[in-house]
Design a protein around this ligand. Structure first.
Ligand code: MG
Ligand code: ZN
Length: 358
């Protein structure tokens, strides 16, 4: 008698558990995302993420993500990609040659996910700590045969109509140009508000560009909390009933890797982590936002080693001042985030985001 009672309670509990479990799974597998926030840690391989976890007293933002996987970063031309081909593969779903932005390997311009979302009526934005013409942002907002053509990329950006928010550096490519044009004046005439600090923004609805410096911003922690603050401001400006797409780059994780500077690397990771927390806090409240974090490639060939075979110390060891071929992590939160589990090509990140947000 008692056994039967216990059994029936168990069966009811199992039924309740399985139904709530299945309906959640179902919701997870079909819910479309209204907003997409993509964060790229330039040069952020597994060891870069672990270096943050290892030196943090609190749980990191990376550990808040329910799903993670890996991305294979090689380009159409090289096993080891640069940021142009690595960023473009994620931005538009095509493998291209190193140095090319927003184009196929046959030099045909292709729309990025930002271009497509803008076309569909979503608001769009880009937030970086480097020049806004640099390879990663350019992969989303420009199309050029060579990432080094900063002035051409600035010209293309100045002619864009469907970009709402652009925060970063790189003023000189708009004002100190070989063709003597002042692109900032032209953009003002075309309805842009342009400032040199976030605090000057008055109208959240106007197309707004903030260029804080001539080229790249100073490294962390010297630039303060620009990236998390700019991210919060961009989300506030972009959030609307049709949804938005925002790309945020931890641009200088890569710079610290090239410099083999472990102290700065950890500071850059901490700054990116603070930014991730801002994004996740919004996404949790919103409930309709897909958040994807990945890298374009790893920089520095970083490992965390036992230098004397005694297991008493952990040292940072870089094996190169260039990029490496190792796969990079992917973290996902929000509608259909489970799709980003496993090992995927960087181009699949584009395909998955487009499927989930359309
Ligand atoms: Mg970059
Ligand atoms: Zn690099």
């Amino acid at each position: 008698m008692r056994i039967r009672k216990v059994l029936s309670v168990l069966i009811i509990a199992a039924a309740i558990f399985s139904s709530s479990c299945c309906s959640n799974n179902e919701k997870q597998s079909t819910q479309k995302a209204k907003n997409v926030i993509l964060l790229i840690g330039d040069g952020m391989g597994p060891a870069q993420v672990y270096s943050l976890i290892m030196t943090s007293h609190e749980k990191t933002a990376f550990q808040r993500f329910p799903y993670s996987g890996f991305s294979i970063t090689k380009s159409a031309s090289n096993e080891i990609t640069d940021s142009a081909a690595g960023g473009s593969a994620v931005a538009n779903g095509n493998k291209t040659k190193n140095y090319m932005v927003g184009m196929t390997s046959d030099s045909i311009p292709v729309p990025s996910m930002l271009d497509i979302f803008a076309e569909q009526g979503k608001k769009t934005g880009v937030v970086v700590t480097c020049a806004v013409t640099h390879a990663t942002p350019a992969s989303f907002i420009a199309h050029n045969i060579n990432r080094k053509n900063n002035e051409e990329i600035a010209l293309e950006i100045s002619n864009r109509e469907n970009l709402n928010v652009l925060f970063g550096g790189g003023k000189k490519y708009f004002t100190e140009r070989k063709d003597k044009q002042d692109l900032l004046n032209k953009m003002w005439d075309n309805g842009w508000n342009i400032y040199d600090s976030l605090s000057q923004i008055e109208d959240n609805n106007a197309k707004t560009m903030v260029l804080t410096c001539n080229k790249h911003m100073v490294k962390a922690p010297d630039r303060g909390d620009f990236l998390p603050k700019a991210t919060a401001k961009a989300i506030e400006m972009l959030d609307n009933e049709k949804g938005f797409f925002l790309m945020i780059e931890g641009s200088q994780i890569d710079f610290a890797g090239h410099a083999n500077d472990s102290a700065t690397l950890v500071e850059e990771m901490r700054d990116f982590n603070n930014t991730l927390n801002v994004v996740l806090d919004f996404a949790e409240k919103d409930g309709n936002t897909l958040v994807v974090v990945t890298a374009d490639h790893e920089t520095g060939g970083l490992t965390l080693i036992d230098p004397d075979r005694k297991y008493t110390r952990t040292d940072f060891k870089f094996s190169t001042t260039s990029h490496s071929a190792v796969f990079v992590p992917v973290f996902a939160y929000g509608p259909q985030a489970a799709r980003f589990s496993g090992i995927q090509d960087n181009t699949e990140i584009f395909n998955k985001i487009m499927t989930i947000a359309n």
